[in-house]
Design a protein around this ligand. Structure first.
Ligand SMILES: NC(=O)c1ccc[n+]([C@@H]2O[C@H](COP(=O)([O-])OP(=O)(O)OC[C@H]3O[C@@H](n4cnc5c(N)ncnc54)[C@H](OP(=O)(O)O)[C@@H]3O)[C@@H](O)[C@H]2O)c1
Length: 280
């Protein structure tokens, strides 16, 4: 496992995404992942399976302290009345006193950024989370967050070989902010890409493994592929015994010309602004 030093802690660079894992399978998949060696789990209120993620961790025999656990406050809970109670509810479902990382899942189109960032800070100060971060924030929103002194350690955004996030990623590197790559397999599109497949054949690896390895070889990236398939859990973790040379890294970086964005305009986030940043 590679670890990324973020905010004076070492985060396992590869984690398990839990979105769309069916509720009845979630506890088993999380337990199996921990058994295989995963130590980073990405959950969210919106995925509606925090309870099962919590069960999976508790039943695994792996101690809570060994697992880097993230959850996210969904948009409908960003109001002052709902924010902290929703975090309490997440902790109850996840069967833990704290998460390692608490994220704002999406910026809110109507509420001012300041109001929910203030609640995020309270969650941090009250020890409900060890670290805080954001997700789906554009550069302007990140700048404002930093100006407010909120000590975010990551921005979780869509990032994989088939999308162009150069501007956002470059800015985040400049500001030493880790990028957590969601949809790191482009929800399966990367698995079918002929160039990734051909590169994989040279190393006896699948296109999925090449995609993950490419992300993990870049600076400051955490990747959280989702699978509900036990064999693929192992496959996605098996990316630490080979290295992509510079020419393959560059060939994969070229694939961003496809600019195949998976997660569309969503929830009224300030997407025009984001589009200028992301596609520019
Ligand atoms: N912050 C946000 O707004 C946001 C948005 C989207 C996602 N996320 C997070 O990021 C995680 C990952 O993103 P994602 O689930 O959208 O997409 P993803 O991880 O890029 O792709 C998941 C898809 O790829 C398949 N897959 C996984 N490993 C494979 C392999 N080795 N070979 C072939 N197919 C494979 C999975 O199918 P099987 O399950 O059948 O293997 C599933 O259909 C989510 O679970 C969630 O935790 C966050």
């Amino acid at each position: 496992m590679k670890y990324l030093e973020v905010g004076h802690t070492n985060i396992p660079a590869l984690g398990l995404g839990t979105c769309y894992i069916p509720n009845e399978a979630t506890a088993d998949i999380v337990g199996h992942a921990l058994h295989l060696g995963y130590r980073h789990i990405d959950a969210a209120q919106w995925y509606n399976n925090e309870q099962e993620v919590g069960e999976g961790i508790r039943n695994s025999g792996v101690s809570r302290q060994e697992v880097f656990l993230t959850t996210k406050v969904q948009r409908r809970n960003l109001g002052k009345q709902d924010f902290l109670p929703s975090v309490e509810e997440s902790l109850r479902c996840l069967q833990t006193d704290y998460v390692d990382l608490l994220l704002i899942h999406w910026p809110h189109a109507e509420l001012p950024l300041e109001s929910y960032l203030e609640e995020l800070m309270k969650a941090l100060e009250q020890g409900k989370t060890r670290f805080v971060g954001v997700s789906n924030f554009n550069i302007a929103q990140l700048k404002r967050t930093m100006e407010l002194g909120v000590p975010i350690v990551t921005n979780q955004v869509e990032f994989h070989p088939l999308v162009n996030q150069s501007t956002l990623y470059g800015w985040m590197r400049q500001h030493k902010l880790a990028l957590t790559a969601y949809c790191p397999l482009a929800q399966g599109q990367a698995v079918r890409n002929p160039i990734l497949k051909a590169i994989g054949e040279k190393y006896g690896k699948s296109a999925a493994q090449v995609s993950l390895r490419w992300l993990l070889q870049l600076d400051g990236i955490l990747a959280i592929p989702k699978t509900a398939n036990p064999a693929r859990l192992r496959e996605n973790l098996d990316v630490f015994d080979f290295e992509l040379p510079d020419d393959d890294m560059a060939a994969i970086a070229e694939l961003k010309r496809h600019n195949a964005r998976i997660v569309p305009e969503y929830h009224g986030a300030a997407w025009d602004d984001q589009a200028a940043v992301v596609w520019g």
